[in-house]
Design a protein around this ligand. Structure first.
Ligand code: M6R
Length: 363
């Protein structure tokens, strides 16, 4: 049932405020503490965390790497499951390995989990389907509570994965003593505001639809982001490729001069994901390098970012202001909405894109 929407993907994008609120209610107690399922995790004794997944779930891991490293000062190794499983990486003592999967049945992710288990790592998973193989094989499985996701392009599962990983990173920080009570309370308070901000953020849809008519004409599109926004650039490019079949690439904006800037001309839209955070100026200077070469920039930012850097760009999409740490969750919306409306403009099969399956149970 598409609940009045034209596609499951549209319905699932629109559901995000509600499912994020449900996940928050599950992981945050009314007293303001973080609640994890038993037997819990002793993060103080973990010296290294390995994050493994495929596709969109791997981009959730990339974002989480910034959180665990920055807030919990926990060293994080990250890999896509298809590489991890055959690398046979050494897993040091006192490691935990965390696997993220919407379906819980992705063959490579499951094989990677079994390898980590054979090396005596503690196994955590973040899953949507709680009766899945990945959940069953984990020491502790954390549900994301997104509800059934039907569209092949993952949307609400991604934002719910991020939310759960964010809460987990805060819990790790608390246990490891890398955050004081006031900072923890402020982060939790900011997390609580997310469903409301995502709801407000959905009002960019009409803008995204309009801009997408231009994007639908492009043959190639570049996405740029720095720091926590780099994985969002990856997610934006993947979403667009999957459902609109337009070739899209994502780069860490600092990598621009190391190659991809050679592609820039007036035919290649460059989508820059840049909330006004501590790295904003750096990203803007990369953006200006693109504009100086005739590039057509779509800047996705907040009101402050738009004021400072909006002049001369092709288009600006303005999202509500948000605590910088959690911006990736909100900036998933333009990644999803631009892909969705570009695909609709092109008339492709949004929910069942060619060559793709919802759950990749063979390698
Ligand atoms: O079920 P999983 O989360 O393990 O699936 C992983 C990927 O196959 C999945 O995220 C894929 O990249 C999506 N189609 C992205 O929209």
């Amino acid at each position: 049932d598409k609940a009045g929407h034209k596609h499951f993907m549209a319905k699932e994008i629109a559901e995000q405020p509600r499912v994020l609120a449900a996940a928050l209610g599950h992981y945050l107690t009314p007293e303001g503490a973080i609640a994890l399922p038993e037997p819990g995790i002793d993060f103080a004794s973990v010296e290294r965390l390995t994050l493994v997944a495929c596709g969109t779930a791997s981009y959730a891991c990339y974002v989480a790497k910034y959180w665990f490293e920055q807030v919990a000062r926990l060293p994080v190794e990250i890999d896509v499951a298809s590489e991890f499983r055959y690398r046979e990486p050494p897993i040091p003592a006192r490691s935990a390995a965390l696997f993220v999967s919407q379906s819980g049945e992705t063959a490579d992710t499951l094989a990677a989990l079994r390898y980590a288990k054979s090396q005596d790592a503690r196994i955590l998973s973040v899953v949507n389907v709680t009766e899945s193989s990945i959940a069953r094989d984990s020491d502790i499985a954390l549900p994301i509570l997104a509800g059934a996701e039907i569209g092949v392009a993952s949307t609400k599962a991604f934002t719910c994965q991020l939310l759960v990983l964010g809460a987990l990173a805060l819990e790790a920080a608390r246990q490891r003593g890398t955050i004081d009570d006031a900072a923890l309370a402020a982060h939790l308070q900011a997390l609580r505001q997310l469903p409301g901000l995502v709801d407000q953020g959905l009002s960019i849809e009409a803008e995204c639809q309009r801009v997408s008519r231009g994007l639908a004409e492009a043959r190639d599109i570049l996405f740029l982001g720095r720091g926590r926004m780099f994985p969002l650039a990856l997610e934006g490019a993947l979403k667009l490729k999957e459902i609109s079949y337009i070739h899209a690439e994502a780069y860490a904006s600092g990598e621009l001069k190391h190659g991809p800037i050679a592609l820039v001309d007036e035919h290649v839209p460059v989508i820059v994901m840049a909330p006004h955070d501590e790295l904003f100026d750096k990203t803007v200077s990369n953006m200006q390098e693109v504009m100086a070469r005739g590039g057509k920039v779509l800047l996705i930012t907040d009101a402050k970012g738009a004021r400072i850097a909006g002049d001369g760009v092709w288009e600006v999409i303005t999202l509500p202001e948000i605590a910088p740490l959690w911006a990736p969750i909100l900036y998933a919306l333009p990644a999803q909405l631009l892909a969705y409306h570009t695909a609709v403009a092109k008339g492709t099969d949004v929910d069942q894109p060619r060559n793709l399956a919802k759950s990749v149970t063979v390698e």
